[in-house]
Design a protein around this ligand. Structure first.
Ligand code: AMP
Length: 468
């Protein structure tokens, strides 16, 4: 066991499917023939491209010389020790990473970070029971980046062979994780690539084929496409993160995820971190299968849901619903609002009505093309639109700070979705408000919700001014 851990900690998998990056252990044809040719035949005078694996014309990794910048030191990032809090300074992280953390304005670890990082930074596997909004993304990204920075690969590396991989169920979530990763890795030289369906394959391939990538963040389907076309190999993955495992299960991705996990090194030789908001027997079985002597960290959903979000339930008739929403959105406090509805057609109609009545609203649902969704999310982040109307799946990956209100236009059928929805507000130490409409159609869902939350939800009639 110790040997395996040492193998991991030194950044070299031992006994994995591939022995050395310089040898093509697969007996497979060389990859990236076209880009490889392009590199050798047409690139004279241009910056050399990194090599594809399995071909003779290999080049050393190009650690691009950067213009001299004033050196950053930890002295520029002072955080006072505080009773009961873990500072990032206390974890012995690399300075390049600390600079990224300082840029993001993080000072103390969130509970999950404080609980999990001391183990994962030592190379241990971990299972985290945590929702979004708890800081789990930074927890796994810091683990990955610190490990790769502490254990640089000295020899040759090839394109299409990442050292770290994150798999997440939705495109939005992947994009958010990748955006967080770019921020954290900004000063480290580590390279991140995003692979998601619904977006240009060629563009993603160019990024993979032109740069030696350290971390790939992907949805399962698109990742398998890249593997199937031999544009990506996972046998050098030292750290694997499976995020929102329960949602991957719900969405039917587990067979795909199994194939992906099998393509990486054996679990004894890689570090595996698995996160899930819920732990059903299926998830427990999968985590046992995929992790090696993991530590388990639980952050209870109640603390996410109730501590930072003021939850209101308005009893409305079906006819009043829209009027209350429309009036609510015009109140001064509602600066940045996500409105959830259960079905795509409801989301579409609601969005149209709001736009017609002059509300700066955007739509986020599975039927909207990915590029448009990305634009909408960006506009929302920038405050160009103040209201986002979303379905659960599309809305689950929204990680925008400063969302003042979440409105549940209908109550979700799955109580877990309620927790996810309201967790879009009250993030990162802020407080937020959730307003859920309960009418004759869906009030029967409240008791189950109260069981999950562990407390009663007070139902009131909306204030008069919202009913006019
Ligand atoms: P996540 O649970 O990963 O979606 O993170 C929730 C939000 O918390 C994100 O906006 C992060 O940028 C932010 N965050 C993560 N860790 C910290 C921290 N230690 N201090 C302050 N904000 C944080």
């Amino acid at each position: 066991m110790i040997k395996n851990l040492v193998g991991r900690l030194s950044g070299k998998g031992n006994g994995g499917p591939e022995q050395s990056p310089a040898t093509s252990g697969h007996g497979q044809p060389p990859r990236h023939e076209p880009s490889h040719k392009a590199a050798s035949e047409t690139q004279r005078g241009e910056e050399a491209k990194p090599a594809s694996r399995g071909k003779g014309n290999k080049r050393r990794r190009n650690n691009k010389a950067k213009p001299a910048k004033p050196a950053w030191s930890l002295d520029q990032f002072q955080v006072e020790p505080k009773e009961g809090e873990t500072r990032f300074h206390d974890l012995g992280l690399r300075d390049e990473l600390m600079q990224g953390i300082a840029d993001l304005g993080f000072e103390y670890c969130s509970p999950i970070q404080g609980a999990i990082l001391p183990h994962t930074l030592q190379g241990h596997d971990a299972i985290g029971k945590a929702q979004t909004g708890t800081g789990k993304t930074a927890a796994f990204l810091i683990t990955m980046f610190n490990d790769m920075l502490c254990n640089p690969i000295e020899g040759e590396r090839f394109v299409g062979e990442p050292r770290a991989l994150v798999i997440a169920p939705t495109r939005e979530l992947v994009m958010q994780i990748a955006a967080d990763a770019e921020e954290l890795a900004r000063h480290s030289g580590l390279q991140v690539a995003t692979l998601i369906g619904g977006m240009d394959y060629q563009k993603q391939l160019n990024r993979l084929g032109n740069t030696v990538i350290d971390l790939v963040v992907a949805t399962p389907g698109r990742l398998l496409d890249f593997m199937g076309r031999r544009d990506l190999y996972l046998d050098h993955v030292e750290i694997l993160v499976l995020d929102e495992a329960d949602r991957m299960l719900d969405m039917g991705f587990i067979p795909q995820v199994k194939r992906i996990v099998r393509a990486t090194q054996r679990k004894e030789n890689r570090q595996t971190l698995l996160f899930s908001a819920t732990f059903t027997q299926d998830i427990i079985n999968l985590s046992e299968q995929w992790t090696f002597e993991p530590v388990t960290v639980e952050i209870e959903p109640e603390s996410v849901a109730t501590d930072s979000v003021d939850q209101k339930i308005y009893l409305v008739s079906s006819q009043q619903r829209y009027r209350v929403l429309n009036n609510l959105l015009r109140t001064e406090d509602c600066k940045s609002v996500i409105v959830f509805a259960n079905r795509r057609d409801q989301v579409r109609r609601l969005h149209e009505r709001l736009r017609k009545s002059g509300v700066a609203a955007g739509i986020l649902s599975g039927e909207v093309p990915q590029a448009k969704r990305t634009r909408t999310l960006e506009q929302f982040k920038q405050g160009e639109i103040t209201v986002l109307v979303a379905t659960d799946v599309a809305g689950r990956g929204i990680h925008v700070d400063g969302v003042t209100h979440v409105v549940n236009y209908n109550l979700p059928e799955d109580p877990e979705d309620y927790v996810h929805r309201i967790g879009r507000t009250g993030r990162a130490g802020a407080t937020g408000t959730s307003i859920s409409f309960a009418s004759e159609d869906d009030a029967f869902l409240l008791p189950d919700l109260e069981v999950l939350l562990g407390n009663k939800l007070e139902c009131t009639h909306p204030p008069k001014e919202l009913l006019v």
